[in-house]
Design a protein around this ligand. Structure first.
Ligand code: LMR
Length: 406
């Protein structure tokens, strides 16, 4: 049946749909990629966006990934749809690496594949927003600049709490705890599982235990961003805080990225796991994750996750990946030690973990280093340590030394 639509004469001028949109600043971190690329100086140093580089300054595809991709090319029989959950076998094989074998089998834990860690964060944020509690999400400062926008775009309120003591280069734990004591029961606390981005500062084991006690007492839910497993202290050590949080808390959310530890950046490979209080709740969580994923991206891109699955299904390829990951980790740790040794005011970098450190530099100094020396770092003074080469450590330290604030 065709329904007749009554057409009314237009009485006023057309109101444009996009007329109220305002111009937005370009993403400063991603903007550095183009800025550095356009700099013709051969001795420029790119310490901007968080991409691992080897000592030749390159980001080659991992050999384990190349082998897996060859296998996929030879054996993949179809590219037909998989569904909103993505590659279930990829999630199943990744879970023990993240949680350990016992916790991965926990019946109240469910996981789905996502487009990178950002997709996992956004899916988790949408799930939190779907619940009836509308909690505030507490985020330590400084943090990855995309964290707050992801939660805000999902309609959640975000509040900042202190995290970093710039003078000591360590976690300002008492300030962090003091702020979280103000949180309301049911609120969500975003935590970096390891390799804090941008500071590299990490909670000690004792501080994690105290934080878990605080979350438990105040009924707060951890939302863990685990984007650098294996690049800090090692695969198991980097997951230790996540595992402890999951073991202790009745509910938890884990956003995971394979972009760095499998070198799959542009292929966007990640996963989201949620732990719920009981079997009925976890079934509803999974239903909601699938409904949300369907409307957000229908299903995640397959290729990168399929390559990870190929690796994790094969002991030899898994061994090769672990060796390559350990090489990356050791190179970053070596650069940290070299920086700490070269300049006493950078000594804290030797105790921190992961790819990033935040240098005590003013914004003016960051811009001056860019203009005068071709040294590219985030406006905040964050450096991607893996952008350094053994031969650029000395000129880098010489260039920044006059600008260091402490
Ligand atoms: C970074 O912090 O540099 C990376 O996580 C890349 C990104 O997406 O911002």
């Amino acid at each position: 049946m065709i329904v007749a639509v009554e057409t009314r004469p237009l009485t006023s001028a057309r109101i444009p749909l996009f007329g109220t949109l305002e111009r937005q600043p370009a993403d400063a971190l991603l903007g550095l990629i183009g800025l550095c690329r356009r700099d013709p100086r051969p001795d420029k140093i790119d310490l901007g966006v968080g991409v691992y580089r080897n000592d030749a300054g390159e980001t080659p595809v991992l050999r384990a990934i190349k082998d897996a991709e060859h296998r996929l090319a030879d054996t993949q029989a179809t590219k037909a749809y998989l569904g909103a959950e993505g590659d279930a076998r990829f999630v199943e094989l990744l879970a023990p690496i993240v949680f350990g074998a016992a916790q991965a089998a926990e019946p109240c834990l469910t996981g789905v594949q996502t487009p990178g860690g950002t997709g996992a964060l956004r899916l988790g944020a949408e799930l939190v927003a779907r619940g009836s509690r509308q909690p505030t999400v507490w985020i330590g400062t400084p943090t990855w600049p995309n964290h707050a926008p992801i939660f805000r775009e999902a309609g959640l309120e975000v509040r900042a709490h202190p995290f970093f003591d710039a003078v000591t280069g360590t976690v300002d734990f008492s300030a962090m705890v003091g702020a979280l004591e103000q949180a309301t029961a049911g609120d969500v606390v975003l935590l970096h599982g390891c390799c804090h981005n941008p500071t590299g500062a990490e909670l000690t084991q004792a501080q994690w235990a105290d934080l878990i006690a605080l979350l438990t007492k105040r009924q707060l839910t951890p939302f863990i961003d685990l984007a650098y497993q294996g690049l800090g202290r090692g695969l198991d050590s980097d997951a230790a805080a996540t595992r402890a949080l999951l073991a202790a808390m009745p509910e938890a959310i884990v956003a995971y990225s394979c972009d760095k530890n499998f070198g799959l950046y542009r292929d966007r490979v990640g996963a989201l796991w949620v732990k719920a209080a009981d079997g009925a709740a976890i079934a509803a969580v999974r239903d909601n994750l699938l409904v949300l994923a369907r409307s957000l991206w229908s299903m995640p891109p397959d290729h990168g996750a399929a390559a990870v699955r190929e690796i994790l299904e094969d002991a030899a390829l898994t061994g090769l990946w672990k060796t390559e990951l350990e090489d990356m980790r050791a190179r970053i740790a070596g650069l940290r030690a070299a920086l700490a040794h070269a300049e006493p005011r950078l000594s804290a970098l030797g105790d921190q973990g992961g790819m990033f450190a935040m240098l005590p530099l003013t914004h003016e100094a960051v811009l001056e280093l860019r203009t005068d020396h071709g040294i590219y770092m985030a406006d905040s003074g964050r450096i991607n340590i893996a952008g350094l080469r053994s031969e650029t450590v000395a000129p880098f330290v010489a260039a920044i030394a006059p600008h260091l604030q402490r």
